[in-house]
Design a protein around this ligand. Structure first.
Ligand code: TPP
Ligand code: MG
Length: 799
């Protein structure tokens, strides 16, 4: 099937060989570095070089790779990384200049292009090779490919998006997904393929098939042991322009065939905007899976011999020589040069990583010597220092640990040298903070925490509407204002979501702005991530809070970590919209909030009590550049609210609880649907002489940034935390914030209380709900009991 005409020029072929060879050398030398203890763990792309070289031929600026840890060669070929940077990653160099993918936060072979300027604003993504920040849970990088691909379709098909030229050139960009054969056993893979097929969007998905997933062969991974055969149902008929994927099977060591396949796939992707799957077979793992474990344990001698024989670089070399493009001697010479150049790069990377550590160590050791000079603990101090300076492999943590030991030993002695050591240690704190802890959230001017508050304005004419009409009016205003706003999810399009928040908006805007999706929560989240990474502003709906679990892994592993793991290099300002807390039945009224807040640091978690607040939060997030999960109150859609005259402009600040009823006796802290229950209970408690102050926390991440709850507690001296989550869940989280972080402990006149739901999920029916969640009576009783314990005479038990 090979056509000579598709081949690159001879010079280019030699360059290709040299790049593949250098990449292999980096793998071999990298492995050696790990085994000698200079790096902790290594995973390399050895054996997968050739398909990546072929892919790189059709990869253009603006395209995006979303792959996994085998992609070092395409990263080198597209300029996303240099050989020196591969080693900087391997050593975990925390200098962002040296290791631009993540500043040492990600392990080796996890690449990311820098899509943002240092101030957090977008770069021109069409002018660079893009790599969506890699992650380690295999398969979890696939859902975002749905959005990366779909964005091209939207940029091409929505005229109002044509002006956003820093994100797209008429939708010509193509995402290149890569995945291992074994990972094709993951549901995420199939969900992604189906979604891209449904969305008819351009993508090239390459499956690197080396027959193994660590030690487990295809026999145990995919039915029929052949993934492309299984995928045939997704294939579109040859030569016809209809739905489905073009599916290719090509041997991973066959350079001309690989070149041709990718040329065909890219043509279809860019012109027809249709996707392809390339099943690259007969790949090998010359070094085994990673530096942990050896493949001799699970591969037969015959298999190892076959792998040696069919090594893609060996085969490529043989082919080049047979073609007569170069002599073996000339190629040997180039290989020697290239080997040396990789060694040089490794050396430079090591020095860039290690020299600063070494000089910090010698500075600290010098101070330790000085401390010892006038100390009565000379021997102990000398031991600590000698142990430090003779570390076989030195890390900064060893320096810190030795400093701590010195300060303990010399705790009773005061010298300028000891003071200098203490100061040096303190001076490291902000540096360490910057290295490891920054960029969990936006630090840019667009941070959600900086969005100024715009309060609702009401006039005599402000109508009283149902909650769903309020949010509907808000979304209408939002679409009118922002062409990049795209809402999608199950039942969001035609009927305008199951609670009519988007009712009429598909007709008013269009089916690309307000869109139905299949039932596929993980790729709904992934779709939003990919779209947001390309400059769009998605509101992705998950129909009920209970079903966010199906997208939670993607939210937690990909979305919530994106900015942090790329150290401010990438962002995806996604809004995940859902509704929950109170409907009917075990899986429509759960309140899994502790799971959410614990797994989603890096996102904001917003729990508005009504729809005016919800509108304000949507607006705050749309004016910012961070992702959020927003949970609407399920039983609030038919509650009456007044529509502010400025519904399209209002914003609600994050991390600012609101006192929704003032009181003097007890502070009741809650959120969401429980606010109404608390207010009703407050009315009843008032009739028996107890005035509670009800505080709606409004946002769980972030939580009460300015101590509003503490101020209330200072007034009342008593506090109770109420919600529908399990015991020890979000009530415990709130309690820890107020009592420990805010110092509420000092203002307590009685033990703090929590009133959560039951440890199991809410049974079906109104009575099931009543007896599994806080209700007006249980809130009344809990508060009354608290006051009774404080003053039995004033509050006798009467029930
Ligand atoms: C979700 C998840 N499960 C398990 C692992 C551990 N793991 C890492 S790589 C791997 C094998 C992947 O095999 P394959 O997809 O064929 O890729 P290959 O390494 O062979 O290129 C496994 C099980 C992981 N990283 N993520
Ligand atoms: Mg494999």
């Amino acid at each position: 099937m090979t056509k000579k005409s598709t081949l690159p020029e001879v010079d280019q072929i030699i360059q290709d060989y040299r790049l593949a060879f250098r990449s292999r050398q980096a793998s071999v030398i990298g492995r050696r570095e790990v085994l000698s203890g200079k790096a902790k763990f290594g995973i390399f792309g050895a054996g997968k070089e050739l398909p990546q070289i072929a892919m790189a031929h059709v990869f253009k600026k603006g395209d995006i790779r979303s792959g996994y840890y085998r992609d070092q060669t395409i990263s080198l070929a597209t300029g996303v990384a240099t050989v020196q940077e591969l080693f900087a990653e391997l050593y975990a160099n925390p200098d962002l200049e040296a290791e631009p993918s993540s500043g040492g936060r990600m392990m080796d072979a996890h690449f990311a292009s820098r899509n943002l300027n240092p101030d957090g604003s977008w770069k021109d993504l069409t002018a660079q090779s893009n790599a969506a920040g890699d992650i380690s849970p295999v398969g979890a990088h696939m859902p975002r490919v749905v959005g990366l691909a779909y964005a091209s379709k939207l940029y091409r098909q929505i005229p109002a998006l044509h002006e956003f030229t820093q994100f797209s050139d008429n939708g010509n960009e193509v995402p290149f997904a890569t995945i291992g054969n074994a990972t094709c056993a993951e549901g995420l893979f199939w969900e992604t393929i189906n979604a891209i097929g449904v969305l008819r969007s351009p993508a090239i998905i390459s499956i690197y098939d080396d027959g193994y997933g660590i030690s487990v062969t295809n026999e145990s991974q995919v039915a029929k042991e052949n993934i492309s055969e299984l995928l045939q149902g997704f294939a579109r008929p040859p030569g016809e322009c209809c739905d489905g994927f073009d599916i290719y099977t090509v041997k991973g060591w066959d350079y001309p065939a690989l070149i041709e396949v990718y040329q065909r796939a890219i043509k279809v992707a860019r012109k027809e905007h249709m996707p392809s799957i390339v099943h690259v077979t007969e790949l090998t793992q010359p070094q085994g899976h990673s530096t942990s474990g050896s493949q001799e344990r699970y591969k037969s001698k015959e298999r190892l011999e076959w792998e040696h024989e069919f090594d893609c670089i060996k085969k490529f070399r043989e082919w080049i020589l047979v073609q007569g493009y170069i002599t073996a001697e000339e190629l040997d010479k180039l290989e020697k040069e290239d080997h040396e150049s990789v060694e040089e790069d490794r050396k430079r990377a090591w020095e860039a990583y290690f020299n600063p550590i070494e000089s910090e160590c010698s500075h600290v050791a010098g101070l330790m010597d000085q401390i010892a000079l006038s100390s009565s603990h000379k021997t102990e101090l000398a031991d600590i220092k000698n142990k430090l300076v003779s570390m076989p492999v030195l890390f900064r943590r060893d320096i810190m640990s030795a400093i701590s030991d010195v300060l303990i030993v010399a705790r009773d002695e005061q010298t300028p040298a000891k003071q200098a050591l203490i100061e040096w240690r303190h001076a490291q704190e902000p540096i360490i903070e910057e290295r490891y802890n920054t960029h969990l959230y936006s630090q840019s001017e667009e941070s959600a925490l900086l969005v100024p508050e715009v309060k609702p304005i009401y006039s005599e004419n402000s109508p009283i509407l149902n909650g769903y009409e309020i949010i509907n009016a808000y979304f209408d205003a939002a679409f009118a204002h922002e062409p990049r706003l795209i809402a999608f999810g199950e039942d969001v399009g035609r009927i305008g979501d199951v609670n009519q928040g988007m009712r009429g908006l598909q007709e008013k805007y269009d089916a690309l702005h307000v869109t139905d999706t299949g039932i596929r929560e993980a790729t709904i989240v992934g779709q939003a991530i990919g779209m947001a990474m390309r400059g769009l502003r998605p509101i992705a709906e998950i129909q009920y809070l209970d079903y966010t679990l199906m997208g939670l892994e993607i939210m937690s592993d990909d979305l919530a970590t994106l900015r942090w793991r790329t150290r401010g290099g990438q962002k995806a300002p996604v809004i995940i919209r859902t509704r929950g807390h109170r409907l009917e039945g075990v899986w429509h009224s759960g309140s899994l909030m502790a799971g959410m807040i614990n797994l989603l640091h890096g996102m904001y978690v917003l729990v508005p009590r009504n729809f005016v607040q919800a509108a304000g939060f949507y607006n705050t997030m749309l004016r910012s550049d961070d992702p959020a999960l927003l949970i609407e109150v399920l039983n609030g859609y038919r509650q009456k609210e007044r529509l502010p005259d400025n519904i399209g402009e209002i914003t609600v600040p994050l991390g600012v609880p609101e006192v929704i009823r003032e009181g003097t006796d007890v502070t009741l802290v809650t959120y969401g649907a429980c606010c109404r229950i608390a207010l009703e209970a407050a009315g009843k408690l008032s009739t028996v002489g107890i005035e509670i102050e009800v505080v709606d926390v409004q946002t769980l991440l972030p939580f009460d940034l300015h101590g509003v709850i503490l101020e209330s507690l200072k007034k009342t001296g008593h506090i109770i935390f109420v919600d529908e989550d399990v015991p020890g869940g979000t009530t415990a989280y709130m309690l820890q914030h107020v009592i420990e972080k805010q110092g509420g402990y000092f203002w307590l006149d009685s033990p703090p209380r929590t009133l959560p739901g039951t440890p199991h999920r809410p049974p079906y029916g109104s009575d099931g709900d009543y007896w599994s969640k806080p209700n007006v009576e249980t809130v009344f009783d809990a508060v009354y009991q608290l006051m009774h314990e404080v003053s039995p005479a004033d509050y006798p038990i009467f029930y």
